[in-house]
Write a protein that binds this ligand. Structure first.
Ligand code: CA
Length: 230
């Protein structure tokens, strides 16, 4: 397998170096940047397979950098946060982070998160057919099935469902969902996403008022749960 490149953006040099050394031993190529601006430049230059981002950075902070990266890439991001505070965690996920690790963390724990996030991302590469729980989405034919039943979806609903199903259990903000749609003219405001989700739920949920597949994550957005109620 090709060697994966990880970019670590962390101003505390000792931590950055420790993370780098550990992940190098795990077989990754690891590059380090000590502030947000340098991190951004390295991101553009390296096109890494994963980014580890400290939230508290001088200049452009980790959240801003995550947001900037998200505008042009779906690269997995793990945030490092000094506090276990809900607000930081939600902010990180809101900016598009895939996971977060609270300081102080063990290097072994971080490496485990890195492996898990990479595995998820690689399993999530665009496929012609997406299988997620009872759903089968044929991207080429634009056909969605729930079990054996063909779903009658609009193109926007199909794209939304395909996007969510491609990244099971990952939380997306309304803005991220909008940016995932090919034709954005139909859904340029967050509220439009809500109505598409509502329509989708009517078509796929056993009980649209108590959804089990497309779950609302309060204060953040939505996620797809392929396990449904079972
Ligand atoms: Ca820091």
């Amino acid at each position: 397998m090709e060697m994966r490149t990880i970019l670590v953006v962390e101003d505390e040099r000792e931590i950055a170096r420790m993370v780098q050394a550990y992940l190098l031993r795990e077989g990754y190529r690891v590059e380090v940047a000590f502030d947000g601006e340098a991190g951004w430049l390295k991101f553009r230059e390296l096109k890494p397979d994963l980014v580890i981002l400290d939230i508290m950075l001088p200049g452009m902070n980790g959240l801003e950098l995550a947001q900037r990266i998200r505008r042009e890439s779906t690269v997995p991001i793990i945030m490092l946060t000094a506090r276990a505070e809900e607000a930081d965690r939600v902010a990180g996920l809101e900016m598009g982070a895939d996971d977060y690790v609270v300081k102080p963390f063990s290097l072994r724990e971080l490496a485990a998160r890195v492996r898990a996030v990479l595995r998820r991302a690689e399993g999530a590469l665009p496929a012609e057919v997406i299988h997620a729980g009872p759903f089968t989405l044929d991207l080429a034919a634009h056909e969605a099935k729930l079990g054996e039943k063909v779903l009658d979806l609009t193109p926007t609903e199909f794209e939304l469902l395909a996007f969510l199903a491609r990244y099971p259990n990952r939380v997306f903000t309304r803005r991220e969902l909008i940016s995932a749609l090919r034709d954005r003219t139909y859904a340029t405001i967050p509220r439009t996403v809500d109505s598409h989700i509502k329509n989708l739920r009517r078509k796929i949920e056993p009980d649209p008022d108590n959804p089990v597949y497309i779950l609302t994550v309060h204060g953040v957005g939505y996620k797809f749960n392929p396990a449904g109620g079972g």
